[in-house]
Write a protein that binds this ligand. Structure first.
Ligand code: AMP
Length: 363
């Protein structure tokens, strides 16, 4: 069922469903609970971080038909916390009469890097030049057109820099094709950016749009380490980012929060790297920098409530705690300017997102 823009707001006491039980689902569930909603999580892993702070968790695969039917029947609206849930599951929920936000189209577009860039360019959001690659021959002709260095990425299922290989000369083509598993791919020209920015934006059921100030992001090994927000950018950069976010939200008839990763080319030009049809790691700063954070904003949007304010009341430096960095919690929790957000994950595997800290400074 498509989301009626005219539908009346869901009252507190209604039940929301979330596909995915990780930290984003957990923080969405906490925000929903504060607004008086009940939350049911679907995740194959028992005792998931989100399941433990929600009214219930259905432990089943994302494409389990019975689980999807139960979820759809017990929730007034269903959302998702990561973009690799099978698009078929979201379609199945919608066909069964459940309201799903954002809708299947946003999910499908974000799941395929070629479709994503094609869509972005169609709404006037510029990206790097790219080519779809389905064979070694395709790769060689794409390298001929785009030049080197260029970045080969899998079309689907990539995240945090996984499934990506830099190609510095045509001689590396065969090895790169092997390295990504000879699967459908995209070749991207290198973006000569001076820094990476992101914008978090939301669209309500009534079509209203709210955009947060930009964040500047620092990655290490392809994984986000720090976001500083509001980023020190010129007003024209903010204006351009807002226009890009608006075009994407409207182009997808989107309801909910969306993350847009940007390359700042330093000459006033912004390229879109990728979009995330969900709350985003680079938006965690809003928890301690804004009255209405991205998690509450998403819940407000999908529940048909008015969107909340997006202005910053503080400058925030958000740092992810990866793997055993979680052990710093004793020191971090003693800092007067720092808020600790821990995800309740039992095992601190190397590189695993275990929590984050927001260091709050005056604007
Ligand atoms: P992604 O998984 O697409 O978000 O890429 C992870 C990181 O790789 C980005 O945050 C950038 O630092 C870098 N990257 C991705 N695509 C490009 C590109 N076309 N040119 C330069 N750097 C890139």
């Amino acid at each position: 069922m498509s989301l009626s823009l005219k539908a009346s707001p869901l009252p507190p006491g209604s039940t929301l469903g979330i596909l995915g039980g990780g930290q984003l689902g957990r923080m969405l569930s906490q925000a929903a609970s504060r607004l008086g909603f009940n939350v049911v999580i679907l995740d194959p892993e028992e005792n998931s971080p989100a399941g433990r702070v929600s009214q219930g968790q259905i432990v089943a695969a994302y494409d389990n038909p019975t689980a999807l039917t139960v979820l759809g029947q017990s929730c007034e609206v269903v959302t998702f916390e990561f973009e690799n849930v099978p698009a078929g599951s979201v379609e199945r929920l919608a066909e069964g009469g459940a309201v799903v936000a954002p809708g299947p189209r946003a999910l499908a577009v974000a799941q395929d890097r070629v479709d994503e860039k094609t869509f972005l360019n169609s709404v006037g959001a510029t990206t790097v030049d790219f080519a779809a690659v389905d064979s070694l021959n395709d790769l060689i002709s794409a390298l001929d057109r785009l030049g080197t260095p260029a970045l080969l990425k899998t079309r689907r299922d990539g995240y945090d820099g996984k499934g990506q290989v830099w190609i510095r000369s045509v001689k590396m083509a065969a090895d790169a094709w092997q390295a990504i598993g000879q699967c459908p791919a995209i070749l991207e020209a290198r973006a000569d950016f001076v820094r990476e920015l992101s914008v978090i934006a939301a669209r309500g059921r009534d079509g209203r749009i709210a955009v947060y100030p930009l964040g500047e992001n620092i990655h290490k090994g392809g994984v986000l380490k720090t976001t500083i927000a509001p980023a020190a950018v010129e007003p024209k950069t903010t204006k351009r980012a807002r226009a890009i976010a608006t075009a994407i939200l409207e182009g997808l008839d989107y309801v909910g929060v969306l993350g847009v990763e940007l390359f700042d080319l330093g000459n006033g030009q912004l390229l879109v790297n990728e979009i995330a049809p969900r709350v985003h790691n680079t938006g965690h700063w809003t928890q301690d920098g804004c009255v209405c954070d991205q998690f509450e904003q998403h819940i407000r949007a999908i529940a048909g409530w008015p969107l909340g304010p997006t202005t910053a009341h503080a400058r925030v430096e958000m740092t992810n705690l990866l793997g055993d960095e979680i052990e710093q919690w004793t020191t971090l929790s003693a800092r007067a300017d720092t808020r600790l957000h821990l995800y309740g994950k039992a095992e601190a595997r190397p590189g695993r997102k275990m929590g984050h800290v927001n260091r709050v400074k005056p604007l």
